[in-house]
Design a protein around this ligand. Structure first.
Ligand code: SF4
Length: 386
């Protein structure tokens, strides 16, 4: 268990300096190291603490598709807005999603202003309570997130079942981490005309590993031939992960290591895993913003829970989403460019008037770049190697 003193220790300047020195000493002369931090929480910690500036020039950190709001394609926002447009529906959503634009920049905020009954919740159980209090209405919870938040969505289904509710449903948009990581590496391997240099390793999301344990990351490292270091969200956590990745890269070792041992266990949260497996199954494929269709990368309700599926309860055919082609979120999420490379960054796209999901989300790369300023020593992957 982490105490407040422990928390301060993970930001201790002496320890941070010692780790930065160890990384600089571990770097081999003439070699460059490119690591992708998958998680938006890591992206913000790197910006907030200025960690990229502490690393030797040879080490580049690149943002990946680890923000659950950012990777949600516009079509899923359109689906939520179509549900909210039904007079019998109350749509419940986490606040992060409220300003994310779907087609033609329509969002839950604008739909609410037009009269849709859309309510902000901080937990899916709140949506279950709203369903209990509104038996004449259908309540739809917009269930998004990685393996971290999916157990709570499963728990809400079970809670509504236990309460005998027939008016609670979920728009399930939960996605899985390792398949997206593999898709990034697969694209890197097959993009024949690409000049992007190879990623040497990944910083794994601590919050996801807390639920899943290390097994999915072990399998990922073995089948994709790249090391992965699971990290927490304090400066020393992230620097320890970078040090581990530099060392593993030097050794040519493709394995997963846990650098968040105060929270992540080998087995993970087995109770949450059992709940997830009971309620959800893995979908054959799902669309991600930036990555397109990714096999085995999302969750769907198991047939026994199909009556909770909002899309089955309220089927609707939507036209293909209209997206703003000037927004470069898809390229940012694939690690191809940095936020500052988007022509709209800081001009027509700001946190107070965002154009794309990466500027809206509290975990988005564009929001981090805007908040912490400057190019965070991120060399865009498309830049040719020296
Ligand atoms: S700056 Fe705005 S428009 Fe450009 S990629 Fe980021 S979110 Fe999209």
């Amino acid at each position: 268990m982490t105490t407040p003193e422990d928390g301060a220790a993970f930001q201790d300047p002496e320890r941070v300096r010692a780790l930065a020195t160890a990384i600089a000493q571990a770097v081999r002369p003439g070699k460059r190291y490119r690591f992708m931090e998958f998680c938006g929480g890591h992206t913000h910690a790197i910006g907030r603490y200025g960690l990229a500036g502490l690393l030797p020039e040879a080490v580049t950190l690149i943002h990946g598709p680890g923000c659950p709001v950012c990777v949600l394609p516009a079509g899923r926002i359109d689906a939520a807005l179509a549900l909210a447009a039904r007079p019998e529906v109350i749509l419940c959503s986490y606040g992060d999603l409220f300003r994310v634009p779907g087609s033609a920049r329509r969002s839950m905020i604008s739909a609410r202003a037009e009269g849709a009954d859309i309510r902000m919740v901080t937990s899916p159980l709140q949506a279950v309570t709203i369903a209990r209090d509104n038996p004449q209405r259908a309540v739809v919870f917009f269930a998004i997130g990685f393996e971290t938040t999916a157990p709570a969505s499963a728990a809400a289904i079970k809670a509504s079942l236990a309460a005998g509710l027939t008016n609670f449903h979920e728009l399930v948009c939960h996605v899985l981490t390792p398949p997206a990581m593999a898709a990034i590496l697969a694209e890197e391997a097959t993009a024949a005309t690409d000049v992007r240099p190879r990623l040497d390793g990944l910083i794994g999301p601590g919050h996801v590993a807390l639920i899943t344990g290390m097994a999915p990351f072990d399998r990922f490292a073995q089948s994709n031939g790249r090391p992965i270091a699971v990290a927490g969200f304090e400066p020393t956590d992230l620097l320890q992960a970078v040090l581990a990745l530099v060392t593993l890269t030097n050794e040519g070792a493709a394995r997963a290591v846990n650098r968040y041992t105060r929270a992540v266990t080998e087995a993970g949260n087995t109770t949450a895993q059992a709940l997830l497996n009971e309620v959800f199954e893995v979908k054959a494929s799902a669309e991600w913003r930036g990555l397109g269709m990714v096999a085995d990368s999302a969750l769907a309700l198991r047939p026994a829970y199909a009556r909770f599926d909002a899309e089955k309860r309220f089927p609707c055919d939507l036209p293909p989403p209209q997206v703003n082609r000037a927004c470069r979120c898809p390229d940012i999420l694939r690690g191809l460019i940095a936020p500052e490379d988007c022509a709209l960054f800081g001009r027509s796209c700001t946190p107070s008037d965002p154009v794309g999901a990466c500027m809206v989300s509290s975990e988005g790369a564009c929001a981090a770049a805007y908040a912490y300023g400057g190019r965070r020593a991120a060399t865009p992957l498309r830049r040719p190697q020296p």
